[in-house]
Design a protein around this ligand. Structure first.
Ligand code: PLP
Length: 348
């Protein structure tokens, strides 16, 4: 399908020409020996763009989260996670299967774990209980619809976590979307976090890669865990070079994706059988609620026939994600197709 409008995810973005040139020309070395200048450049740039001391390049966001969990915890430790978070719902159970940690899900308020919820959930030290060690936050929150959490929200939960003796890891797969949407510097969002990961492979358009950032001591320890899970790559500079271009050229344009998501959401409004909570459309995601008389999967199937790709995120919810390959005119075309498809059941 040549004219396909792909709203399934921002992970479908392709590398820019500048990235491809940078990849072809990348100066590389053996990164397990710490000798790949392109990887070293990406790690240092990532750390500085998040106000942290050091960075560690990994192939995926899932591995980034796992390496952070392994670095923070020991077997049997308890990790507080938001009940709809990616690390809890979508990473194949890696925190328990690989790290041996015990997730303790907390149903947040639109994805946000409020400090008082954490206080209620934590148990006093007792031989019967696991050792509570870590809380994982997600910003933006994917399943809540790309919601960005403010510096005040992030500070509040981090300060409480630290008071309770917990470390904080931020799954910031889309942290730059949050920073751009809120108009705040990214370091401000994570100033009290103990570790952060973000992806260059999503809205930033690089083909591969995520970076874990934190203190120098944390990253030194994390490097061993990356090796343990098989993430020690060799001339990884060929992919890191695209990540450097992503960080230097792609952050500012995320605002376009946010504007396009808003236009899409406003256009869907209250079409028959669909509804969108516009207050929740804050970054590059639109969460569409299906009110019937069809399921989310049926609607996605019908829409596919028009060349517009979207994914069900539950039996009655559909997620649409804007990104660099979605223009304002693609949004108009997608809206036409969505309107047409929403009217189909009435015509039957
Ligand atoms: C919030 C969040 N965290 C982590 C990940 C995992 O990233 P990856 O697909 O690179 O493993 C994703 C992927 O979509 C995500 O949305």
């Amino acid at each position: 399908m040549t004219n396909t409008i792909d709203l399934r995810s921002d992970t479908v973005t392709l590398p820019t020409d500048e990235m491809r040139v940078a990849m072809a020309r990348a100066v590389v070395g053996d990164d397990v020996f710490g000798e790949d200048p392109s990887v070293n450049e990406l790690e240092a740039l990532a750390a500085s763009m998040l106000g942290q001391e050091a960075g560690l390049f990994v192939p995926t966001g899932t591995m980034a989260n796992l390496v952070a969990v392994l670095t923070h915890t020991q077997k049997g430790d308890e990790i507080f996670v938001e009940a709809d978070s990616h690390i809890y719902c979508n990473e194949a159970g890696s925190m328990s299967a690989v790290a041996g940690a015990m997730p303790h899900p907390i149903a947040g308020r639109v994805g946000y774990i409020a400090p008082e919820q954490l206080r209620e959930a934590i148990r006093p030290p007792n031989v019967h209980y696991p050792v509570s060690r870590l809380v994982c936050l997600e910003n933006t929150h994917n399943r809540a619809g790309g919601i960005p959490f403010t510096p005040q929200q992030m500070d509040a939960i981090c300060v409480t976590a630290h008071e309770l003796g917990l470390a904080v890891h931020v799954d910031g797969a889309r942290i730059f979307n949050a920073a751009v949407a809120l108009g705040v510097p990214a370091p401000t969002l994570v100033r009290h976090a103990d570790s952060v990961m973000f992806c260059v492979s999503k809205g930033l358009s690089a083909p591969v890669g995520s970076v874990v950032v934190g203190s120098r001591a944390f990253i030194d320890r994390a490097r061993r865990f990356r090796k343990m899970v098989g993430g020690g790559m060799r001339q990884a500079g060929v992919i890191a070079a695209a990540g450097v271009v992503a960080l230097k050229t792609m952050v500012g344009r995320l605002a376009e994706d946010h504007a396009n998501a808003r236009a899409l959401a406003e256009g869907i409004g209250d079409l028959p059988g669909l509804s969108v909570d516009l207050d929740r459309v804050r970054t590059n995601m639109v969460q569409v609620h299906v009110t019937g008389p069809f399921t989310a999967a049926e609607f996605c199937g019908w829409l596919r026939e028009t060349g517009v790709l979207v994914l069900p995120s539950g039996p009655t919810t559909i997620r649409m994600v804007t990104h660099r390959h979605i223009s304002a005119s693609d949004v108009s075309r997608a809206l036409e197709a969505i309107r047409h498809t929403a009217a189909l059941p009435a015509r039957r």
